[in-house]
Write a protein that binds this ligand. Structure first.
Ligand code: ZN
Length: 370
């Protein structure tokens, strides 16, 4: 049984904040402090500091674990020389006067907000309905993604994240209407991540493009944010003529989700699938859960035509869902070949690969240990 929900409209309080910020090229500290209008987890400052320290300890050394490129030029010191990727050429680029971002209209009212200036090449998705807009991820927090969104729509907007990793929640602090998963992992991520845990991602090895003038790599961090409501499996986001169903999709991250637009036969896959190395080796990743997710999504491959992923390229064919299922089955069965790279296993498949720890941690492997 599905629950129909409607995204809450902006509060007057939020509109006041929005007006104050409208002229600013880069977000101000104002938006970092949640207003009283926001309801939800109620993270206090002390808890946020403690959480940030925990997050730093957890993320140090775990992020990327030496595998630091999702792209095809992983061994190149100048990975950006492979850009632009040809897959973007067929889509209309939209100028938003925020040059850190490249924005493309991928379908009518569906915008890819792409950050090719940083190694992750992350993509946030703006989806417009007749009455509401949804921002599926907020990127790195380097540029003013709220300014981008405001240039594209005046509709009331809500943020939802594909999962809590830094490159998908970096701009969350710029928004007050954020729906999330009611999970300890998500709440911990909402406490932010200190500079020490993300400094590398703002270094010269990771950023080639001129960053916005108000951005300082020396102080880059993931600022805390607060959820205003919760969402889970089987719920629909009704944007007015556009409806998106939420599916749990753990494996890459514990709080992973995908969204399906049944009418337009589209799946927003987050980091669950993109045609590049899939990360099943991070802290919070689970090869077994990833395999279950892949098996489940493969059953939906006939119901969608295109996957809209969160890294590198805007569109991939839905047959990849079946291939991903087969890939994880082969990994778990021990029949897939792999290379060792920086201490992790990389299993190559057609059009993508899967990174796991060496050996992959699955329930079966744990049972076999003495
Ligand atoms: Zn991720």
């Amino acid at each position: 049984m599905f629950i129909a929900i409607r995204v809450a409209a902006f509060s007057l309080c939020f509109l006041l904040v929005a007006c104050a910020q409208e002229a600013a090229d880069e977000p101000t500290a104002t938006a970092e402090t949640p207003t009283a209008a926001v309801t939800g987890s109620g993270v206090d400052a002390a808890a946020a500091d403690a959480g940030a320290a925990l997050a730093a300890a957890a993320d140090a050394g775990a992020a990327h674990a030496g595998i630091d490129n999702r792209g095809s030029s992983a061994d190149s010191a100048k990975w950006w020389q492979a850009l632009p990727r040809a897959e973007w050429a067929g889509f209309t680029r939209v100028d938003t006067s925020h040059p850190w971002f490249e924005v493309y209209e991928i379908r009518q009212g569906i915008y890819a907000i792409y950050e090719p200036g940083q190694f992750e090449e992350v993509i946030s998705w703006l989806i417009l309905g007749g009455e509401q807009a949804l921002l599926f991820d907020t990127g790195l927090g380097i540029g003013n993604i709220r300014g981008v969104v405001k240039a594209l729509t005046e509709l009331p907007l809500t943020v939802l994240n594909s999962h809590g990793h830094y490159d998908h929640v970096g701009g969350n602090y710029q928004f007050n209407s954020i729906i999330g998963r009611n999970l300890p992992y998500s709440k911990k991520k909402a406490m932010g991540q200190p500079h020490e845990s993300v400094a590398e991602f703002a270094s010269d090895d990771w950023i080639w493009k001129q960053h916005p003038p108000n951005f300082d790599p020396a102080t880059y961090r993931i600022k805390p944010y607060q959820f205003s409501s919760w969402i889970d499996e089987g719920e629909f986001l009704d944007l007015g003529g556009v409806s998106l169903e939420v599916f749990r999709a753990p494996g890459h991250a514990p709080d992973g989700i995908v969204l399906v637009d049944h009418k337009r036969r589209l799946m927003f896959t987050g980091d669950v699938f993109y045609p590049a190395p899939l990360y099943a080796h991070l802290e919070g990743s689970s090869v077994e859960e990833y395999a279950h997710t892949a098996e489940r999504l493969a059953t939906m491959a006939a119901d969608v035509d295109d996957l809209l992923p969160s890294h590198n390229v805007p569109v991939a064919g839905s047959d990849y869902l079946r291939q991903m299922d087969a890939a994880f089955k082969a990994i778990i069965a021990g029949t897939a070949s792999y290379d060792i790279s920086d201490g992790a296993r990389e299993y190559p498949f057609q059009g993508f690969s899967v990174l796991t720890l060496d050996p992959p941690v699955t329930a079966l492997a744990e049972m076999e240990q003495p």
